[in-house]
Design a protein around this ligand. Structure first.
Ligand code: GTP
Ligand code: MG
Length: 209
């Protein structure tokens, strides 16, 4: 299939607000400003359907996006921005815990990290949590366009080591700015749908980059 119709469904904090669970979901987790919303936009060829911002902490809710009524992308609230109260942190934890522990139709939670930096303590905690929930520990490193080719392997190694990634867990690099890595990610997602028995297969829509 090709993507024709992506729509924002709802910003939710509690299960009562979630959309019905008939469609499979793939969720993006990561530090605020890492590029979760940008990745979703890049994958669905939309400039700003998932709202992005240079102000960290923009997405404080769970945002659901329906893709051609076949599946959903879920933009999880970011963590790790400086100006945050204890109450806000606790609220974030509760929102995340409720979603991660109870969502039957959640196929994968993808950990996003910034390719330029060593993962933070919170990245490490988030990644452990994802593995503990039984997901496969797929990591997407963002902002590939900001890293020199000569630094690439070194940065990837730093990420693998810091997160203590299982040897078979995949690490992808992408750029939402120049669309690098887009189809590798789609290949991965197609595989996730297939393995889970869903008839979803995204075709290439523009030239390979
Ligand atoms: P929160 O909603 O706060 O959790 O952040 P987020 O993870 O959704 O980040 P967002 O997609 O809003 O991106 C944050 C900033 O990083 C924006 O200014 C984006 O334009 C920029 N950005 C995202 N991806 C890339 C990328 O691949 N390359 C570069 N150069 N900038 C990027
Ligand atoms: Mg966002």
């Amino acid at each position: 299939m090709k993507i024709h119709d992506s729509t924002f469904v709802i910003s939710a904090v509690s299960p009562a607000q979630y959309p019905e669970d008939a469609l499979p979901e793939i969720a993006m987790a990561g530090r605020s400003n890492v590029g979760k919303s940008s990745l979703i936009n890049m994958l669905i060829n939309r400039k700003n359907l998932a709202r992005t911002s240079s102000t960290p902490g923009k997405t404080q809710t769970i945002n659901f996006y329906d893709i051609d009524e076949k599946f959903r992308f879920v933009d999880l609230p970011g963590y790790g921005y400086a100006k945050v109260s204890k109450t806000q942190k606790a609220t974030w934890g509760k929102i995340m815990e409720t979603y991660l522990n109870n969502r039957q139709n959640l196929l994968e939670v993808i950990q996003l990290v910034d390719l330029r930096h060593k993962p933070t303590e919170q990245d490490i905690d988030m990644y452990k949590w994802i593995l503990k929930c039984g997901f496969n520990g797929i990591v997407i490193a963002t902002k590939h366009d900001k890293v020199k080719g000569s630094q690439l392997e070194k940065q990837k190694k730093i990420i693998r080591q810091a997160l203590d990634m299982p040897p078979n867990a995949p690490l992808f690099t992408i750029s939402a700015t120049n669309r690098y890595g887009k189809y590798e990610v789609w290949d991965l997602f197609n595989q996730i749908f297939e393995v889970n028995g869903f008839d979803v297969h995204i075709e290439r829509q523009d030239k390979k980059k």
